[in-house]
Design a protein around this ligand. Sequence first.
Ligand code: ARG
Length: 270
Amino acid sequence: MSSSTILMCQPDFFSVEYEINHWMKGNVNQAATGKAQSQWQDLMAVVEKCAKVTLIEPQKGLPDMVFTANGALIHKNKAVVAKFQPKERQGEENFFKDWFKDKGFEVCDAGDEPFEGAGDALFDRGEDRLWAAHGFRSSLETHKKIQEIIGVEVLSLELVDPRFYHLDTCFCPLEGGYLMYYPKAFSPESQELIISRVAEEKLIRVSEDDANNFALNAVNVGSNIIMHKASAELRSSLEKEGFTVFETPVDEFMKAGGSTKCLTLRLDEH
Ligand code: ARG
């Protein structure tokens, strides 16, 4: 078992109560809470096969707090905490801040503009650099500040498709410097930037169907990749590179616009 630690939040108060992204539209009150609980438990059991899971207490009235990926961006001992764009999630900010402070992280913030944590900022698993998104929920202005805080090069990517409103819905850096992504979620300039920085043999482009199934919202620890669903084609291209794919259904959470990766936050990022 690797020494990775992952933060999760039990879905005791999870439901779809408002519409703040494409996927939530028409889904208010449509998530089955019992089924969500059991899907989350199953996900946690799979994550525990490759990492240690630690928990933050869920809060009544904050149904999206289960999506811990948005709580902060972690780098070494620093937690760059979220400033949520939708007012519906702003109540989570202090709970995450206090949790990180309590666990001994140095709490930092990326300024006054919105920044939604590891939902919109992902470390490359090959080079020492951070990919950060803007366009929907996080603001471009935060990227410079983040680079100053963590001292790592930040490459900005522009998201253009409302289905892929957070970077971790369409872009997934993998161990060994691989990058799995859905090109059309990015502006032409950002697609160019990706191609110019990542070697062709490391790029794994996924189909629109896989992207719509949140295949890019995957948890990667070592050679393990955990996702809601993978097509046979995607599974075989990942296996060819030495990865093992675990599928665990989280469709109740997809009604809120999140899948396996959004439900986790990796705490060991160096
Ligand atoms: N309902 C949540 C929101 O719109 C879903 C968050 C998904 N998180 C993520 N990291 N993509 O904020």
